[in-house]
Design a protein around this ligand. Sequence first.
Ligand code: TPP
Ligand code: MG
Length: 327
Amino acid sequence: MKLTNNELIGLYRDMVYIRQFETRVQELFAAGVLPGFIHLGIGQEACMAGTCFNLVDGDIIGATHREHGVLLCRGVEGKAIMAELYGKVTGTCKGKGGSMHACGLKQGALGNNAILGPAQTIVNGFAYAHKFRKNGKVAVTMFGDGASNRGEFHEGINFASIWNLPSIYIINNNGYAISVPKSKQQKVEDLSARAAGYGIPGVQIDGNDIITVVETVSEAVKRAREGGGPSLIELKTYRWRGHFEGDPTPYRTNEELESWKKKDPIARFEKILTDQGITTKKDFGTINAEVKAKVDECQKFAEDSPWPPMSEIYTDVYYHNEGSVQQ
Ligand SMILES: Cc1ncc(C[n+]2csc(CCOP(=O)(O)OP(=O)(O)O)c2C)c(N)n1
Ligand SMILES: [Mg+2]
């Protein structure tokens, strides 16, 4: 698969956008500006950018609590995502969802489902519709090693397999489910081996190598678009931050964190781009400055946006009223 220089630089820009956006969210949360609960995907940028690179309009992606980056890469306005995190009415869910429900339905980004498992079945509904309509579109779900123990994952992947759906299951295996290391979650070493149990292709790759992610997901997407059915891809990666912002991470060592920082997907890609003469160090500076300006705008937009009016309190939500459930 030959990527153009523009595509390569675009991938770099996407990863930098995720890193900077997430770092800003980290700072704003620590400063007490953002309410709620935040899980950051810093360190996992190549998984998100490399996967989304292969998606087109009409494709669907259902991710989980750590994937603001998926929304950014699918073209959901960073301003609307930031406003959602602030709880402002200009947010993707009018400020009612926060980090774990931010979404971009127009962009086919179902949002960051806070519950582990459902997205692994929900995407099959879209995949089934794609197959029925013979439109060549795919439905992707991206989730963690921990979520891959849920019943929904196993039911969903079996359903996708037996119906030969254009569903692609992507595990961001970052080695932990909250504080539980993978060795205490699963006896199977290689999560992609589970694909064999469902009779579909499964592959484990380095999730911090963006080119490998792009190429591997591309193959699975191509197969699915052509009617070849679902795939399981395990991306080995690591989250630099704690499970949630504020997690003191007593369950892991600094040495472990530092060893993964040496595999920083962005720094590794910078080396490839400079070694191949595609970019210079100066270009990285320019891109980073442009991205910073964009993230500044997101923050300013969120700060300047109004809070939801009281009249919004009973819209878009279900509530109990004298024993009945109403919308
Ligand atoms: C059904 C369900 N059970 C438990 C939780 C609580 N919970 C939130 S995140 C998480 C661990 C997720 O680990 P993993 O799937 O590996 O994703 P990661 O956080 O590592 O990205 C758990 C148990 C939940 N959200 N949903
Ligand atoms: Mg995990």
